[in-house]
Design a protein around this ligand. Structure first.
Ligand code: NAD
Ligand code: WQD
Length: 339
């Protein structure tokens, strides 16, 4: 019998792609999502791509009764916990919402897992836990810090999971630190569908290319980087999804605490991304260099060696594929799932 994975936030951007990878690796998937930043259509399309049924429980990870009912109905072997809020700027305006969703949500989930005797969890952490790193590439043993409530919520959950591991060494816990996920499933049927003004670079560039926005504002042209614009480690969301499957296989075999970077180990600047997207889409991306965005760092990329050594996983998809797959999704779904 295949193992069954509860995917919280499985209707969202990364969670929906993880569902596709999990199903193609032979796992059974159940999604829990309150749809606060997602559409049920994403889960329907995961079913279409994978040819499997994916039950969608519309509920909140902070709702203990909902979790108890879910664990009673489905024999869950492990949880992938994507559910949470992720907009850095919004977290500064609404810190309590971020701590409630991200920190309290994880506490309620862990307690429900314990009641249901489910003891394997993979948590969506972020490269944001490295704050402004002293050097690149970033290794997992670099110091952690937070510069905003979103980042602090991720760090708090990491620490809670560390304490939980110390108290319950029989549990299997994965803390996966994502760098910058971009791209979409190659079918163009699922992808990133930000509500309102996109905070992140790639969805903004895609919306400029498709004509939803006039031009890109490049936040800062005077960083100490080769072309003066910020450098990040963009990772294809399907590579990231496959990294989750590799991490799940690892924690299914081995109890304890796993903390790994999921990145490519390569940096690309904002202008590298603009040019790559222009090539992939055949469209011009007008841009203007403006002031730096508060809180941004100059450069950030992963040392991905630990994931390769422990999980046997590495990112394989190129910047060109990230852009081509984003464009396929954006062109076919100019208004996202509401198209
Ligand atoms: P997303 O917003 O697309 O997905 C999150 C999903 O969780 C959404 O479907 C939303 O409806 C759901 N959700 C939110 N709060 C919930 C709650 N209380 N109960 C149930 N469902 C809830 O975001 P994403 O980009 O797919 O990110 C997934 C996870 O990965 C998040 O935890 C995020 O912090 C983390 N992460 C994202 C990035 C990134 O750049 N996208 C980078 C590092 C880490
Ligand atoms: C990338 C680069 C911007 C938008 C954020 C979170 C981080 C993680 C990933 C969740 C930077 C520049 C952007 C724009 C621009 N999320 N940019 N114009 O800031 O690396 O990371 O998302 O955990 O926590 O902070 O990603 O996509 O916002 O920016 O010039 O309109 O693009 O300055 O150099 P970032 P991003």
């Amino acid at each position: 019998m295949s193992s069954t994975v509860l995917v919280t936030g499985g209707a969202g951007y990364i969670g929906s792609h993880a569902c596709v990878s999990l199903i193609s690796a032979g796992f059974t998937v159940v999604v829990l999502d309150n749809l606060c930043n997602a559409s049920a259509e994403a889960v329907r399309r995961v079913e279409e791509i994978s040819g499997a049924q994916v039950p969608l429980v519309r509920g909140d990870v902070r709702d203990a009764a909902c979790l108890d009912a879910l664990f009673a109905e489905h024999a869950i072997d492990a949880v992938m916990h994507f559910a949470g809020l992720k907009a850095v700027g919004e977290s500064v305006e609404k810190p309590l919402e971020y701590y409630d969703n991200n920190v309290n949500g994880t506490l309620v989930l862990l307690a429900a897992m314990q009641r249901a005797q489910v003891s394997r969890i993979i948590f969506s952490s972020s490269a944001t836990v490295y704050g402004d790193p002293a050097s690149v590439p970033i290794r997992e043993d670099f110091p952690t810090s937070a510069t905003n409530p979103y980042g602090r919520s991720k760090l708090m959950v990491e620490e809670i999971l560390g304490d939980w591991d110390a108290a319950h060494p029989e549990w299997s816990i994965g803390r996966l630190r994502y760098f910058n996920p971009v791209g979409a499933h190659s079918s163009g049927r699922i992808g990133e569908d930000p509500q309102g003004w996109p905070n992140n670079l790639m969805p903004f560039v895609a919306q400029v290319a498709v004509g939803r926005r006039d031009k890109l504002s490049v936040f800062g042209g005077d960083y100490p980087t080769p072309d003066g614009t910020g450098v990040r480690d963009y990772i294809h969301v399907m590579d990231l999804a496959e990294g989750h499957v590799a991490a799940l296989r690892f924690i299914l075999e081995q109890p304890g605490l796993l903390t790994v970077n999921l990145g490519t180990g390569k940096g690309a600047s904002v202008l590298d991304m603009v040019r790559a997207f222009e090539r992939a889409s055949g469209r011009d991306i007008p841009y203007e260099i403006v002031e730096r965005r508060a809180g941004d760092i100059a450069e950030c990329w992963a040392d991905p060696a630990m994931a390769q050594t422990l999980l046997g996983w590495q990112a394989t998809r190129s910047l060109e594929e990230m852009c081509a797959d984003t464009w396929r999704w954006q062109e076919a779904n100019p208004q996202g799932y509401n198209s």
